[in-house]
Design a protein around this ligand. Structure first.
Ligand code: HPA
Length: 266
């Protein structure tokens, strides 16, 4: 990991980020607007490159509202064939660079029937249904414990802060449990019924591996989902990636102003 950290420090003139943000599908615009310096993942030692449409695949460094921020404009997913360890490597790099707080964002399907496309949901907790875990393998004791506690992955004070910011901005914010599947197939109606019965409010294919690793290595995590669609229902409506990207685009102004306000107050 040191090789990656040294490379980034050298390329960014020793930029010392305090906040990390991982930008999900269709939510990358923040990193276009606030970009002091950027490095494509393809140039970074040990980074895997993003293959998903709607994901740019670069690290962006910026001063935003007085905070030094490192952003991942596009993330890597388990369903691309990368290992859990590979997709969470950037989180460990952020920790080594000095990041204290990690804001995870994603596009997600609504399971909770009171949610609608373009709603934002603060993640209060998660259910890891990916069938794997990024901490499998030999443990690096310098990063965290073998059996890390996961009782408050998404920090209560950050949830309250995000809610306060949303309220001040007149954004009707939802809160709920994010359920992670491996993907890449979307869910069947029977699976959505199961997720609803088992306590999921939104469903997606990311975030949870990163949240597990971030919590394990002592980062404060805040998670925000952008609801892009009603998850599969027996109504027969079909779901496509284009629909997901389009709905995220509809929410992006709201999403950006919320993140900017959180950065101002954090
Ligand atoms: N399911 C899984 N992942 C998603 C969805 C969905 O409905 N929408 C956006 N990402």
């Amino acid at each position: 990991m040191q090789i990656t950290v040294d490379f980034i420090r050298e390329r960014t003139n020793n930029f010392q980020p305090e906040i990390g943000i991982i930008l999900g599908s269709g939510l990358g615009e923040l990193a276009d607007e606030y970009c002091d310096y950027a490095i494509p993942y393809t140039e970074i030692p040990n980074f895997v490159k993003s293959t998903v449409q709607g994901h740019k695949g670069r690290l962006v460094f910026a001063d935003i509202n007085g905070k030094k921020v490192i952003m991942m404009q596009g993330r890597n997913h388990f369903y691309e064939g990368h290992s859990m360890q590979e997709i969470t490597y950037p989180v460990k790099v952020m920790k080594a660079l000095g990041v204290k707080t990690l804001i995870l964002t994603n596009a997600a399907g609504a399971v909770n029937e009171s949610f609608k496309p373009a709603d934002l949901m603060i993640i209060t907790d998660h259910i890891n249904f990916t069938g794997s875990n990024p901490l499998i393998g030999e443990n690096d004791e310098t990063l965290g414990e073998r059996f890390p506690d996961m009782s408050e992955v998404y920090k209560k004070n950050l949830i309250e802060l995000a809610q306060k910011c949303a309220c001040e901005l007149n954004i009707d914010i939802k809160k709920g449990v994010y359920w992670a599947n491996s993907g890449p197939s979307y869910e069947t109606p029977a699976e959505i019924n199961m997720i609803r019965k088992l306590g999921g409010d939104a469903v997606g294919m990311s975030t949870v591996p990163e949240a597990i690793v971030a919590n394990y290595c002592g980062l404060n995590v805040l998670g925000i989902s952008c609801i892009t669609n009603a998850a599969s229902s027996s109504s027969g409506a079909k779901l496509s990636h284009e629909e997901v990207i389009e709905a995220a685009a509809n929410a992006k102004t709201k999403f950006k102003s919320l993140i900017l306000e959180i950065l101002r107050k954090i």
